[in-house]
Design a protein around this ligand. Structure first.
Ligand SMILES: CC(=O)N[C@H]1[C@@H](OP(=O)(O)OP(=O)(O)OC[C@H]2O[C@@H](n3ccc(=O)[nH]c3=O)[C@H](O)[C@@H]2O)O[C@H](CO)[C@@H](O)[C@@H]1O[C@H](C)C(=O)N[C@@H](C)C(=O)N[C@H](CCC(=O)N[C@@H](CCCCN)C(=O)O)C(=O)O
Ligand SMILES: Nc1ncnc2c1ncn2[C@@H]1O[C@H](COP(=O)(O)OP(=O)(O)OP(=O)(O)O)[C@@H](O)[C@H]1O
Ligand SMILES: C[C@@H](N)C(=O)N[C@H](C)C(=O)O
Length: 460
């Protein structure tokens, strides 16, 4: 982005009495809400976390901030050595600025939500559209009320498509984000149980996910998983054009001949069986993510051969079924960004099928935000762990104790290792001592368990 302070001030209704002529002419070339990541020319956005972002203005300036948003409540403590845009609420101003900038650049917008698969599908769609267009996509999975404005303000002036991930863990959040980005295409990958603690039922999760259509343009497209009855039912009330994907003949686009490779999955689709699609990921569920992305490519008339090439080599975001090589030469499947029952079952199914000369070792940590059904849902994962396919299980976290108890009815005790959440280092050192070059290790847990530290220990 490139904007003068005067343009920003108008866009967000900042109090211009704190800005002189010279300051109004200063040019801003980016934004950041973390002073440690500020680059020369950026606008600093002080946000409230556990600490107050305003307290880091000195480091933002030292790193080259050209201007800062500033809460009017802190106006007496404003810095004197750069332009200060005084507003009621810096986060609301940040969101408003992003909306202004989006209107100014005016790309077509593809918005992606779903209980699982948002980041992967976003990456696939961006890879496809990038073959023919200038595309900006969500950085990592910055998908909330802070991450969405950040992504929008990252756009270069020549951006033709914005592929943006929208996340939520409460009703109303997607209503806000969808109206902010006003998608040309809204995608729902699937409905699972992620964050069900704050909804109670999958039905209510579906209602909240459908909010992605609230800002959908009238001539826009709604792309969704047609195998989910809860989505099919809601879609009947929408006027916009719709495209479904899935595994059933009733879907507009469905996969056939799905085949698992060592590190990839291949499949065909109903509308052109001559093309062999391949994705560099294991897991049947990733075919669904790819189908959603192909639908988007079709909407924008990207030829099938071009889509095929883009999917074969698309760049995945780290820690999503990412294969790594461990210190002893073992193969590691890192899926440590998040976890919930549907995702854990899918990844266990995929991992169970991979060939190994050694053992299949699984490390599972607590799945968070599952509410009253949490303990039961952890215990139920026992059905997805077969001692003939998964040799050794490491469990960590309080609710995983329920899974340990269940597993002891079918596993030898020496093959089930249990740790409390504060024993992560112990788990890591025991696992390192146990693993051999021939083994394969899969790790999955909610982000809060920090299994990425174990992955780092295994691969350092
Ligand atoms: C306000 C803010 O900056 N808080 C981030 C910050 O928290 P803290 O409370 O620890 O901040 P802290 O109190 O230390 O500092 C307050 C503020 O001062 C800043 N600061 C701090 C120190 C310093 O030297 N300099 C400085 O500028 C700091 O960046 C922050 O802006 O530091 C954490 C660790 O780095 C991030 O994890 C937090 O990011 C939040 C979660 C976020 O919302 N980040 C956005 C960009 C996002 O999209 N994050 C995604 C996750 C989004 C998500 O949870 N999505 C859910 C669904 C949506 C939920 C909606 N609530 C899902 O996908 O399931 C991600 O990080 O991967
Ligand atoms: N379509 C799917 N169905 C079930 N599970 C999936 C699906 N896609 C991905 N997953 C699981 O979810 C994990 C995270 O994938 P991804 O990051 O794409 O999802 P996400 O919805 O973006 O999650 P987050 O918003 O928390 O980043 C994967 O590694 C896999 O375990
Ligand atoms: C970290 C956040 N994006 C998320 O996915 N949280 C859930 C609870 C998880 O980590 O499993």
């Amino acid at each position: 982005m490139k904007m003068a302070v005067s343009e920003i001030a108008k866009a967000i209704n900042a109090d211009e009495t704190y800005l002189n002529e010279e300051q109004l002419a200063v040019e801003v070339t980016g934004t950041n809400f973390d002073s440690r990541n500020i680059e020369a020319g950026d606008l600093f956005v002080p946000l409230q976390g556990a600490h107050d972002g305003h307290d880091y203005i000195a480091s933002a300036i030292a790193n080259g901030a050209n201007a800062t948003l500033w809460s009017k409540e802190r106006v007496d403590f404003r810095p004197q050595d750069l332009p200060v845009l005084v507003v009621d609420d810096p986060l609301a101003a940040y969101q408003k600025l992003s909306q202004y900038y989006l209107t100014k650049i005016n790309p077509r917008v593809v918005a992606v939500t779903g209980s699982n698969g948002k980041t992967t599908t976003k990456d696939m769609i961006a890879a496809i559209l990038s073959q023919d267009f200038n595309v900006t996509k969500t950085y990592d999975n910055f998908n909330n009320e802070i991450g969405v404005p950040y992504t929008i303000l990252q756009m270069e002036a020549n951006t033709e498509f914005l592929v943006i991930e929208l996340g939520m863990d409460r009703p109303g959040q997607l209503d806000f984000l969808s109206k902010l980005v006003q998608p040309d295409v809204a995608v729902i990958t699937m409905i699972g149980e992620a964050h069900i603690e704050f909804f109670g039922t999958r039905d209510k999760i579906t209602d909240a996910k459908m909010e992605i259509t609230h800002g959908l343009k009238e001539d826009g497209f709604f792309v969704y998983n047609g195998d989910e009855p809860l989505l099919r039912e809601r879609a009947t009330t929408l006027d916009m054009e719709q495209r479904t994907f899935g595994r059933q003949a009733s879907d507009d686009l469905y996969a056939t001949e799905v085949a698992d490779g060592r590190f990839e999955t291949s499949f065909k689709v109903n509308d052109d069986p001559t093309i062999d699609f391949k994705i560099p990921l294991i897991g049947d569920y990733n075919v669904d993510n790819a189908l959603a992305a192909i639908e988007v490519g079709n909407i924008f008339q990207i030829p099938d051969q071009v889509i095929q090439g883009a999917l074969e080599h698309f760049a995945i975001t780290k820690n999503r079924t990412e294969w790594l090589s461990g210190n002893k030469g073992e193969a590691i499947l890192s899926d440590v960004y998040n976890s919930n029952p549907t995702a854990a079952k899918e990844v266990l199914a995929a991992f169970s099928k991979t060939n190994t000369e050694g053992r299949h070792i699984v490390v599972l940590g607590d799945m968070l935000e599952l509410g009253a059904q949490s303990v039961q849902m952890h215990a139920d994962l026992a059905a997805d762990l077969d001692p003939n396919q998964i040799d050794t299980v490491y469990l960590i976290g309080s609710d995983m104790a329920a899974l340990r108890d269940r597993l002891l009815t079918k596993y030898e005790p020496q093959n089930v290792h249990y740790y409390t959440a504060d024993q992560l280092e112990q788990l890591s050192s025991d696992l390192q001592a146990d693993v051999t070059a021939q083994d394969e290790v899969m790790l999955k847990a909610s982000h809060g368990l920090h299994l990425e530290k174990v992955v780092a220990d295994l691969t350092n």
